[in-house]
Design a protein around this ligand. Structure first.
Ligand code: GLY
Ligand code: MN
Ligand code: MN
Length: 435
């Protein structure tokens, strides 16, 4: 990937201007041990990456606002011995040059430099409460600055959560981000098509998971954005099922919630289809209700509507469907009011999507759901999960369905990034018949 430092420099400049006066400290994520001396695949902190484009561990970004704004990176030193084992590291000089920071220092100098840099800054911004070790370290550094009071140096009076500024910036995706998200979404749609082509009765769920990962990686998306859910039959009624180790049965549905991460951005798609390639009558009845609910929700995902409008639209369609299926009783308004639908639909219809699959950004402004605006990206993912129960028609037992797409709000309405993954009954059955 080529680095375009101007994108990150512009974001830093915007954050600096929002801070008005003060210092911001944004660390990247720590490496995490898996067992013994093996680590989990390293993933940078999203906000750190948003402001820097830098993906090495052990790095901290410091921004200074005021009359002489500055962005300073602290990162690992060059180390020829370690680089033999672990590979290339930029080191402060190359990092400063290639990523366009005003200065860069060794991470070993962080505490010493921060005590200098914090002096006489009125406010200190950092991701407060994000990590207990950082909270302690920051307070300790601030105390060290306070000790210099007799030399005329003041510690920051105000400590603020940098995320309240950053999250709002991240909520609105710029062109660079949308381009990546379109590509991530496209790769995930190919992966879902591949899963439909490879699914047969008597395979294990993890074998289909392997096909998804194969497709992600083949297109340069080295990791899923979250653990793939590959849930056959009753497992689809477990919302966060990640066991993925059961045998797929003829006559069951398979729910797959999987999306790749590409260049730090998530995609998030769910498709539900028959293991044998043909929906039963009962499965089709439920599926069409969820699909209609999703269509209603996508239509409501446009400017001037509130965040909650797609959820409300989906809920009304689902409630009518649940009444038609004799899962719920009464009128739509009664079912909404007494919340009997929650037995079959217990989650919300989406979330912001971006660098994190459940991305940052407020959903409310004060007491009100905020208005949807161009540049926001959200998922639209209604579902229906029918567990066996005496008051539930037996033909519907263990049907679990969710249909999820990624949607960008545009000036005119929206753009669905993930339409290439088939979702009508006819399109799914045709793809599975022709494989
Ligand atoms: N894959 C997580 C979600 O759909 O929210
Ligand atoms: Mn989702
Ligand atoms: Mn999902």
């Amino acid at each position: 990937m080529t680095i375009d430092p101007t994108i990150y420099a512009q974001r830093r400049a915007r954050l600096i201007s929002k801070m008005q006066r003060g210092i911001a400290i944004v660390p990247t994520a720590p490496e995490v041990a898996r067992n013994a001396d093996t680590h989990y695949s390293y993933r940078h902190d999203s906000s750190f990456y948003y402001l820097s484009g830098f993906t090495e561990p052990e790095a901290v970004l410091v921004l200074i606002s005021g009359d002489e704004p500055k962005s300073i990176l602290f990162c690992r030193e060059k180390n020829p011995d370690r680089e033999v084992w672990d590979g290339y590291r930029f080191g402060p000089d190359a990092a400063r040059e290639q990523f366009g920071f005003d200065a860069a220092y060794s991470i070993e100098q962080l505490d010493e430099k921060l005590t200098e840099l914090m002096g006489n800054q009125p406010a200190l911004f950092y991701p407060m409460g994000g990590d207990a070790a950082w909270d302690q370290r920051i307070l300790k550094l601030r105390s060290a600055v306070q000790e210099k009071v007799r030399s005329g140096i003041r510690a920051p009076d105000e400590i603020r959560d940098v995320r309240s500024l950053l999250n709002e910036m991240r909520l609105f995706k710029d062109k660079h981000e949308l381009d990546i998200m379109r590509r991530a979404a496209a790769i995930s749609t190919i992966a879902h098509q591949r899963a439909m082509r490879f699914t047969r009765p008597d395979q294990f769920e993890y074998q289909i998971e392997a096909e998804l990962l194969h497709e992600f990686c083949s297109h340069g998306a080295r990791n899923p954005a979250y653990t793939s859910i590959v849930a056959g039959g009753a497992n689809a009624c477990v919302l966060h099922y990640v066991g993925n180790n059961a045998l797929l049965k003829d006559g069951d549905l398979l729910l797959i919630d999987a999306g790749c991460e590409l260049d730090g951005y998530a995609s998030d798609i769910t498709r539900t289809f028959p293991v044998n390639g043909k929906f039963s009558a009962a499965q089709k009845d439920v599926y069409e209700i969820v699909l209609a609910a999703q269509a209603a929700a996508i239509s409501a995902a446009k400017p001037k509507q509130t965040w909650n409008a797609p959820h409300d639209a989906a809920l009304r369609v689902l409630c009518q469907g649940f009444i038609d299926l004799k899962l719920c009783h009464g009128s739509v308004d009664e079912v909404l009011h007494n919340e009997s639908y929650k037995k079959f639909y217990m989650h919300r219809t989406g979330h912001w999507l971006g660098m994190d699959v459940h991305d940052v950004g407020d959903y409310k402004s004060g007491d009100n759901w905020r208005a949807l605006q161009p540049g926001m990206v959200l998922t639209v993912e209604p579902g229906c999960y029918i567990r066996p129960a005496d008051d539930v028609p037996m033909a519907l037992w263990n049907i679990g369905i969710r249909i999820e797409d990624d949607v960008v709000i545009t000036a005119k309405g929206n753009e669905v990034l993930t339409n290439a993954a088939p979702k009508t009954v006819a399109d799914i059955e045709e793809l599975m018949r022709k494989r």
